[in-house]
Write a protein that binds this ligand. Structure first.
Ligand code: ZN
Length: 63
């Protein structure tokens, strides 16, 4: 992981927090500010993707 990826993680943090709280609908992409976020929670990992600008992140499910 590069420093750049680490910066992206902090940008995604708000969205990640929402997803962790169970809010997966109507999320706004922190990069393009469109409501195009697609969330996929499978087992121990969460993948969040913007269908508009193509940015995505994968995180650990903390439940
Ligand atoms: Zn986007």
């Amino acid at each position: 992981m590069s420093e750049c990826d680490y910066d992206e993680l902090s940008v995604w943090q708000d969205v990640l927090d929402e997803v962790m709280s169970g809010h997966v609908d109507g999320l706004v992409c922190p990069f393009c500010e469109k409501k195009a976020i697609e969330v996929d929670t499978e087992g121990a990992s969460i993948s969040i993707k913007c269908t508009e600008c193509g940015r995505w992140i994968e995180g650990q499910n903390s439940y």
